[in-house]
Every structure is written in C-alpha cells, then in structure tokens.
Unconditional design. Structure first.
Lengths: 426, 402
C-alpha cells in the first residue's frame, strides 16, 4: 500500500508539471510534426519540392555545313526553359562560364550547365572529345542529379540518333546497297519519334514503359505508402527517445526529494528503502506506459501512423517501458544532483538514442553496417528493432526475442542502479 | 568591470561541475564521429565491394536481350548482380541483402523483338537513396538496349532483306556494340563548384559536413548548463538582491550573456581545434572567417540562452527549452537532413534560420572552398538574430523586474 502511495504521489507531481507534459507528449509530437511538415504531409501527396535553380551557358554554334536546323546546345538549353518544368526548375542564361561560376559562389544558382562552343561540330564529326559541363554547389545532391539526368537523356537521344544512322548505313553497305543521303532525315526522324515516345512512357505512362520501378507489395516488406512508413518510423524514433527521457527525468524525483530533505524524512518513517524505491519505480513505469499510449494514439490520428497488430504493439510498448525505466534508474544513480541531471541525461540519452538509430530510423541504409551492430548494444536499438517489426506487420510471436532482450536489459540496469542507490542512501 | 565580475562568477559556477562539463566536451566529439560515419563509410575496408547489390530474376538467361543486358550489368562498377529465383530474391530483399530486385518477365526478349509491349520491373524502395540510384543506374543500359532493338528494326525495314529476322539480329548486334562503345565515353562531365579539386561533394572529407553541423547543434545544447545559472539566481533570489544594488539591469543581463557566450565560444573553439587536428577539417584555411562565424554563432546562442534563462522558472524547463531549441534549429536549419530534400515552404523557412546561416558560413569555407568575402552575409544575419534575441531577453527581464 505504501508503495502505491509513493507511486501516486510521484505521478501527481509529474502530471501537474507543465515541463513533464511538454517533454512527454508535446516535444515528440512537435518534432514529428516538423518532419511531417518538411516532407509536405503524406495524405495529399502534394510535396512541393524546392525549385532547382539552374544557370545555362550555351556557347554552342551550328557548323556551316550541318544537316541540323539548330545546334544541339539549343535543345539542351530549351529543356530548362520549357514551361512544363517551370514549377520545379528556375533557369537563367549566363554569358560565360566565369559568370555562371560566380553565380554559383554567390548561391544565386545551385547548378550551372556549360555547353561548349563547338559541341555540335565536334559531335557530328564523330570526335566525341567535348563534354557538356555540369558544375554544382557541392552541398546539393538532388538538384545536380536531376540536371545531370536531363542532360544525359538529351545527349543519349542525340547519341542514339548517331548510332541509328551509323548502323543503318553499315547494314546497307553490308547488303551491297548504296546509302541515299536524301533518306537520312527520314531515318533520323523515325528514330527521334521512337525515342520521344520511349521517354514519354518512361516518365509519364509507366504502364506502357519497358522499365518501371515498383514498391514491394504490402505485406511483403513495405507499406503501400512509403512516406507513411517514413512518418511511422519518425514517430517511433521520437516516441522511444522521449520515453527514455521520461524514464530518467521521472526518476530524478528521488534526487529532488534528497535535495529538498523529504527523502531523509521519508527514511525516518517505518517504510523500508526497497518499498520507497519500488514506489518510485512504479510511478515511472506507469508514466512511461501512459506516455506511450498517448503518443501512439496521437501519432495515429495526427500523422496516420499504422502501428501494427495489437498484441505485437503491446509487447513492444511493454519492452520499451522496461528498458526506459531500467536505464532511467541506472543513469540517475550516476547523477549527484538535479542540476547535473540536465547535461548528463540530455547528453547521455541523446548519444544512446543516436547510437540506437533513433534519429536515422526514417533513413534507410543511412548508417554503415557497423553502426547497426553498435545499436544492438543499446536498449534504444532493441526498442527500435521491436517497433520496426511491429510496423512491418509482424505478429506478437516474432517479437519474443527483442521483447526478452528489452526486459532483460531493463531488469539488469534496474538492479545495478538500485544497488548503487542502496549504497548511496545506506 | 561589474559585468566581467558577474560573468566570472557564472563561469566559476559552471566550471565547478566537472561531470556536466565532461558531457559538453565529450558529447559533440562522439556525435561528430557518428555523423561522419553516416555520411560515408569512413575507415572502412578500401578493398570492400561498394557496388549496390541487385537481385535479378531472369527466367530465360539465353534469350538475346536478357543475355545482352546481364552481360553489360555484369561488368558494371556500380551494380553487383546476383541471379536468383523470385522467391529467393524477395527473401534477400526483405533481409536487406540486396537493395532491389529486377524482374525480367518470361518472353520479354521475344515480345520486345516482335514489337510487342513488355515490361521489366525493379522492386525497390524508391524513397531511399540506394533505390533511386539503382533505378537511375539501370535506366541507362535498359534505354540503350531498347534503342538497339529499335535501330535493328529500322535497319531491317530500310535494308528490306529477304530474311528479316537474320538482318534484325545482325543490326541489333551492331547497334548494341556501338552503344557499348559509346557508353565508355561520357558526353557529360560533372564537377562540384569548389575552389580546390576534391574527391566528392563533402570536399573529400565527410567530416567537412558533420563537424560544423554538430558544432552548431551542440553550441545550442551547451545552454542546458549555462542558462541554468540565471534560473538558480532567480530561485535563490540572488537576482532580486542584485537588482537592488546600483548595478544597472542591462549590466546584469550583459554579465550573464557574457558568461554564456564564453562557454559557447570555448566549446566551438574546442570543436574547431578537434576538427582541424584530429578530423583534418581545414578550418584554418580561412581562420578569420571561421573566427567571425564562430563569434556571431556564440552571440546568437548566448542571447537565446539569456532568453531561455529569463523565461524558464525551473532548471528542468531550461533543459526542455534548450533541447527543443536544439532539435528545432538543427532540424529546420538542415543539420539532420539536407534542406533541398524538404518541401518548398519548409526549406524556405529553414534557410532563414540562424542555424542554417551559421552552417552556410562554415560550408562556404570548408566545402565550397570560398574566402572571407563569402561569410559576411552569414555573419550579418547571425548578428541580427543575436540582437533580436537579446532585445527580447532584456524586455522579458524588465517585465520580470517590474
């Protein structure tokens, strides 16, 4: 009964504190909301990406005797000024490479496309020793990749036309037929039409394309909506991080009581020290459970997170509570006073959270394999592993190993922490 | 002088707690290593096979197009092909042994050669970097394969041979060999806009990205200790006593801010030295520029710490506000993920954040290879933010005083 009284007193104190509510519920929801906002929300799928700012230097000139109507450089340039790409590419002309480089340094543009003066001439003469130069801001990755893709596609189209022409001429020759130069434009036109349709299908009509990328069917591994999975993992990462925070900070009540002198007073009563510690542990245990439930419900309704099967969910949450509470007891045993708690708990839990993969949970393959191994030595790593399984649709039976590890880690940490407390307050 | 006395008192109070100090010093170092790992496999086996593993489900390995494509992929320096049955391939994908599965349907080669529609499917996570890379890496040889088929069909039509099948086959071999040759020569050259030639986008050193990122993040984290002093003074009522002395309110605020600035700047300086000597991040390439960015970063963080200290009623609130500020400014300022991957509105707001400007200042020197002239904008904006937070803190302090 005394254990329950102590637990109830601590719970009342926790839930009266705006700090506790902020840390337990508002902070994780706010941070997940931030990521949600960053990626434009998932239900509407309307992710307006930042426009890629491209600078174009087109010095290409049409050789005097060319069969083409315009230099290849003009086609490359017009791609970036086309109305169809206006919503995600902002293009500007630059007179020369130096002015484009200067614009890059000033961060007015993210990518510069430099088409050399003799590109068409050298290309048509079969001397492929000239290149379109793409210079990019080294801190960007997506914009340059998009531009590279567009230029490569255009250049590949031109290269394909050349290959078509050479192949037809060589096959005519092999069959003893003389090439009629008047036919060449129609050959190039036929190939050009095919290439345009091939590209159109590839990017706009995936049902007709020869090559398509698909997500694995639901239930095989991925959820139907990959963005939803990203949000689920983000929410899980934040929930785990703040559950451990709550576990540790709730245990700090023992330090505050020590500083305020109420702990010493409590020790003068007939209540034995094990009951006092167990009461405090119970309060933390209940707080972390309640926090988990609130965050899961809020995550489901606010961000559409699909937490998985009920039984598996229960096991993951219980394991999380054991691990968070156990680590809380252990960490607090190392802290001398509540003032020291800030940097020690903040730093320690952030470090363990990072090593456990909580901040990179939504980035597949972000970390090298060695870091995944290190995550196995942190309680946060095992809790995340359990939630990954639950969100991938695993049944409760699949969670037995991670559950056992989480509980074992929690119990061991609790026993060590409790022993240290026992010594300190002996 | 009294400002200095107050700052020294705060500093001695902070430096007394060795355990907290250890966290302020050790944590960012551990994190820098961690993020360095995240950006690239630092210290990994240089002979390790870094190609992206791809499972290929090929039910007709002897079919012409399947054979041509698989031969090309087999010589790829970017993709490692593993032939498997569909069940094994999906199992390998689930276990993350492969980054994707390319499924070539039965009769693919025959149907394409006959001019019918057929489709190869790449099963991969298109939201992941590896999934996207895989798609792009496969798109080039598959486009070329389809091009060779179209060229062979066109050549056979034009030659109008009696045996169309034989002519088409010969034309395909010729066109495909030309594509194989052409793919060895790139008509597009990519280079990062840096003053010095470097190996990759991180300037050849992954810590060029992680070191300043963690430096900015932990400058804010340091407030969990330094901003607590003001709260302790409020709680013990020494602040109220201080107000009754002839020390002016702005002097009290400035004294506390000076202590916070000193702590932040010392931490930043320590991380710069660590980055320079241990991680080989060349901060000293432009020492004055690094100093200016670090000073204005310290001023902004200290003025924000002052505001936190004035607003918070308990030490715990300082921890919460500092942590939220750290997460907020780190996430929005592009320290967790590049802002170019975020939505337009988020990226626009993020770029306006002081943390993003501090990062921009360091990146101009470390990654873009620019000089002193490139950091003035960052320094100016950080100073404006510092002033804004300082004015806000003084205003709150005056209200509290009243």
């Amino acid at each position: 009964m005394k254990i329950l009284d102590i637990a109830f007193k601590d719970l009342t104190r926790s839930f009266r504190s705006a700090f506790a509510i902020g840390m337990m519920v508002i902070a994780p929801l706010m941070l997940t909301g931030l990521i949600y906002f960053a990626f434009g929300g998932m239900s509407g799928g309307d992710v307006s990406m930042t426009a890629v700012k491209v600078g174009v230097v087109n010095a290409d000139k049409l050789p005097a005797d060319s069969v083409l109507e315009a230099p290849i450089g003009d086609n490359i340039r017009s791609m970036f000024f086309d109305e169809s790409v206006g919503s995600w590419i902002t293009a500007t002309d630059y007179a020369d490479e130096a002015s484009a480089r200067s614009a890059l340094d000033e961060q007015e543009i993210g990518v510069a496309v430099i088409i050399p003066q003799n590109f068409t001439e050298r290309y048509l003469s079969g001397k492929q020793d000239v290149q379109v130069l793409i210079i990019s801001d080294p801190t960007l990755s997506i914009g340059p990749a998009v531009v590279q893709d567009m230029v490569t596609m255009m250049v590949d189209g031109v290269a394909g036309g050349g290959i078509a022409l050479q192949t037809i001429m060589e096959r005519l020759d092999a069959n003893g037929i003389q090439t009629d130069p008047a036919q060449i434009p129609s050959w190039i036109e036929r190939y050009g039409n095919w290439y345009a349709e091939f590209q159109r299908n590839l990017f706009h009509h995936p049902d007709k394309a020869a090559y398509v990328v698909v997500a694995p069917a639901a239930g095989e591994m991925e959820t139907a909506d990959p963005i939803q999975k990203v949000m689920g993992l983000t929410m899980a990462g934040q929930m785990i991080f703040f559950a451990f925070f709550t576990g540790a900070y709730s245990m700090m009540s023992i330090l505050r009581e020590d500083e305020e002198g109420t702990l010493a007073r409590l020790f003068t009563t007939p209540t034995d020290r094990t009951s006092i510690l167990t009461g405090k542990f119970l309060a933390v245990f209940l707080t972390v459970i309640l926090q988990g439930i609130v965050l899961m419900v809020a995550g489901h309704y606010a961000f559409g997170v699909n937490w998985g099967e009920f039984g598996a969910m229960g096991l993951a949450l219980t394991g999380q509570v054991f691990a968070a509470t156990g680590l809380g007891v252990l960490l607090i045993a190392f802290v001398k006073n509540s003032r020291q708690g800030g940097p020690v708990l903040g730093g320690g839990l952030t470090a363990l959270g990072m090593l456990g993969g909580l901040f990179t949970a939504n980035m597949p393959n972000a970390m090298p394999a060695a870091m995944n191994t290190i995550a196995n030595f942190t309680p946060q790593g095992w809790v995340l592993k359990a939630w990954r399984l639950v969100m991938d649709g695993s049944a409760a039976g699949d969670l037995l190993i991670p559950f056992a590890v989480m509980v074992a880690m929690g119990v061991v940490m609790f026993v060590v922490g409790a022993a240290m407390f026992g010594k300190r307050f002996a | 002088m009294r400002i200095l006395d107050l700052a020294l008192k705060d500093l001695s109070q902070i430096f007394r707690d060795k355990q907290s100090l250890l966290f302020l010093v050790a944590m960012p170092i551990v994190f820098t290593f961690f993020m360095g790992f995240a950006y690239r496999n630092v210290g990994g086996d240089p002979n390790a096979d870094t190609r992206i593993p791809l499972a290929v489900v090929d039910p007709e390995p002897d079919a012409v197009l399947n054979k041509a494509l698989l031969t090309r992929l087999g010589s790829s320096e970017s993709i490692r092909v593993e032939r498997m049955s569909e069940a094994d391939a999906m199992d390998a994908y689930r276990k993350e042994d492969v980054a994707g599965v390319l499924v070539i349907p039965v009769e693919f080669s025959g149907q394409i050669e006959a001019g019918e529609e057929a489709q190869m499917k790449l099963i991969a996570d298109s939201t992941s970097a590896q999934g996207q890379s895989l798609y792009q890496l496969l798109r080039v040889p598959i486009s070329q394969l389809m091009s060779a088929v179209e060229v062979s069909r066109e050549a056979a039509d034009i030659v109008d041979a009696s045996d169309m099948s034989t002519e088409q086959s010969a034309a395909f071999d010729l066109a495909w060999s030309k594509w194989s040759e052409a793919s060895k020569v790139s008509l597009v050259k990519i280079e990062p806009a840096v003053a010095e030639e470097n190996a990759d986008w991180t300037g050849g050193n992954p810590y060029n990205q992680s070191s300043p990122g963690i430096l900015v993040m932990f400058a804010i984290f340091g407030l969990v200790t330094s901003a607590q002093i003001l709260v302790q003074e409020k709680k013990s009522r020494t602040l109220q006593r201080l107000i009754t002395t002839n020390m002016k309110p702005w002097e009290i605020v400035a004294g506390h801010m000076l202590a916070m600035f000193t702590i932040t700047f010392l931490q930043t300086a320590m991380l710069v030295v660590f980055g320079q000597w241990v991680l080989k991040v060349d901060y000293l390439r432009e020492p004055l520029a690094v100093l200016l960015v670090s000073v204005t970063l310290g001023l902004w963080v200290a003025s924000m710490g002052l505001l936190i200290g004035v607003v918070a009623k308990e030490e715990q609130q300082v921890v919460l506000y500092s942590m939220i500020a750290m997460f907020l400014f780190s996430a929005m300022g592009g320290m967790w993920f590049p802002l170019e991957t975020a939505g337009g509105a988020f990226a626009a707001i993020g770029r306006a954040m002081p943390s993003a400007w501090a990062m921009n200042g360091y990146q101009n020197i470390l990654i873009r290879g620019l000089g002193l002239g490139s950091i003035w904008m960052a320094v100016g904006i950080l100073s404006m933010y510092a002033l804004f937070f300082f004015v806000l803190a003084v205003w709150r302090f005056r209200k509290m005083e009243a």
